[in-house]
Design a protein around this ligand. Sequence first.
Ligand code: LLP
Length: 429
Amino acid sequence: MAAGDSQGALADAGAADLPGGLGHVFPLGSRLNEAGRLEIGGCDSLELAREFGTPAYFYAEDDMRARARATVAAFRERASGSEVVYASKAFPCTAALALFAEEGLLCDVASGGELHLALRGGYGAESLYMHGNNKTVAELRQALDAEVGCIVVDSFDEIARLADLTADGQRVLIRVAPGVEPDTHAKIATGQEDSKFGVPLAHAARAIEAAEGAGLMVLGMHAHIGSQVFDLEVYETLGEVLSGLGKFPVVSMGGGFAVAYTRDQRPPPPSAYAEAMLSAVPNDRQLLCEPGRSLVANACVTLYTVGTVKEIPGVRTYVAVDGGMSDNIRPMLYDAAYEAQIADRFGESTPCRIVGMHCESGDVLVPDAALADPRPGDVLAVPATGAYGHAMANNYNAVPRPPVVFCRAGDARLVVRRETYDDLTARDV
Ligand code: LLP
């Protein structure tokens, strides 16, 4: 797909093909087939559920590629030297890392484990940016041994730890807390001065001096101000702040590109982020951006099976599925809203609350949903689960974590298998 085409595809995002104005929340190319069943990457969702079981994460591979291409094109068209760095924490899966490496994106890793996965996914170490607000000596050594392209140093203590490891000549960015605050949920805001991340702005000059004094090669400044950023003016302010800290070759502005979790959300296209980010950065600098969720969130639909439908007269109807807070903890942590539909019966006749199977009242996936007459045995589709779902999955109630399946042109391939009960005891000694 040419870059221009993928921009167009993103703008439409299949909206015409799904009822209820839901098209842009589901993966590109999703549609209801002749049997009225949701198709993901050309695969029939009921057949997917039967073949791979539920709950499971189904990704449309072409969606991830289209978003990667559109994002790279948006930045390169405006500044040819700029780079898109995939924030792998959003979906730390070797198959996805391989896909984004193939698409020419660089990669942000935020721990020794993510570094391991990125190398396994086929990334060359030189393409990696090693993040983390409290990297251990072991992780720093791992990064140096692997010869990662750049370490994003977060504190004076970390500069000292690197100096102890005689990291002479290692290329670094210095992360600052820029005091730039987007309008987003407090738990995913990181730009404020009162933050565990980054060097206080007032100490930036001293951090540069310390890093250079320790023999590190300071390439530039970095900040990540938060996630789900819809109002782009903050990036203009951020560009000014970071460029003003010294005449370094690189300015790295983090991620935060917003996605549509629900039908009413209309995130700006990648071109708008590129415009805003580049607007205040002098054109002799290289701009780096680090989107995570916007490359993967809408590519995925989680399929569940409905088990119990309980009507409490005069109160509400509960629809319980076979997953919940173990495969998607975002509603509980961030009050994140999601859409849901019966996979072969889109519609909204029955107001209900969609809950999981965990022993916890807070295990609510969608508090105020509307489904078409939900019944036991139905397959429930929850879109926009591709970012921080698999990444933050857990084994609460000893529930095995779901598999990841990539769908493309009618073919489905398992890229991460479902956990087994044996996996649950595999670490016992
Ligand atoms: N760069 C850095 C340095 C970051 O810390 C992050 C996210 C990103 C890039 C990517 O942000 P994105 O484009 O994905 O918004 N678990 C939370 C998100 C925490 C994000 C942490 N850092 C959630 O599920 O919303």
